[in-house]
Design a protein around this ligand. Sequence first.
Ligand code: AHG
Ligand code: MN
Ligand code: MN
Length: 334
Amino acid sequence: MQNETLHAYLDREVGDEHLRDLLDRIASACWSISALVCRSALQGNQGEAGSVNPQGEVQKPLDLMADEVFARSCAGNGRTATLISEEADDITVLKNPSPGDFVVCYDPLDGSSNLDVDLSVGTIFAISYVPEDASQNALPAGHQMVCAGYAIYGPSTMLALTTGTRVDGFSLDPETDTFVLTHPAMRVPPETAEFAINASRRRHWDGVMRDYVAQCLEGPTGPRGKAFNMRWTASMVAEVHRILIRGGIFLYPTDDENRASGGKLRLLYEGFPMAMIIEAAGGRATDGHNDILDVTPKHLHQRTSVILGSAGEVDLIAAAYTQAERAPDGSRLT
Ligand code: AHG
Ligand code: MN
Ligand code: MN
């Protein structure tokens, strides 16, 4: 039997024809970005672009090209009012927003430090409706998202989508240049023995983080009673994709070094969409104290602590933070 195309799937699953059109356009933007990534060395698009993004990070040529491709694709959808991109200082206003229009938040190229070393990168996006009372500059709340997704540009190009109830995965067939449903209803297993954290930051971590990782590393004879595996790809898309396929936990916590700026990852186009995807697949996403989807966005490029993945593991860490709040001097994992 042939796999269902993304186009047929959207016809079946998405009632709002404008949202269908937007998702079609986003899928073709991801297809174009995938081709740009694939040809980056051939076309001389590796290295740095000589500019910095609003967070002061050095931009790569492909960060800028992917941003342009994605924005242009969304602009072709008559109901998209505003765009919020990692690479842009301000909100891009395409039209005066009315209720029912879309706000699209996106990270055009996630994990772009991996580009020149030919490892997985991706695109993350979140779509919300403009609420009744919204002004042009209102920032969409986590629970306002109607759809979230990502594309991963790895050994194959895949697209994962959720409208909140489940997560479906599509593979790009290079022979037909179409996305087809290959991974229906992906689920995050509740338990795991695999964690992902940039352990080079250990000296900056709080007591909960240090204890959590120390206990994982102790293996079968330690308090967790099992051997843990570790991965770090430096590409959130790749970490989340792995967690959707085989479970795990991903942690990019606020720590002593990044606390002043709120953490490393950005709420609107990294934290929110990935939290929606992980929760729709049965996992959990917290900043340690609150569910990420409950965090109120106050700034365009607001950063957040991110701990997401298998529910049992995320619950354990959230409980340790609750306990640490009650006894700040004894912020240990028990
Ligand atoms: P981006 O390339 O969009 O700036 O995102 C990079 C993010 C995320 O994808 C990844 O998990 C993390 O930054 C990597 O951080 P380290 O450099 O600390 O490994
Ligand atoms: Mn990113
Ligand atoms: Mn990026």
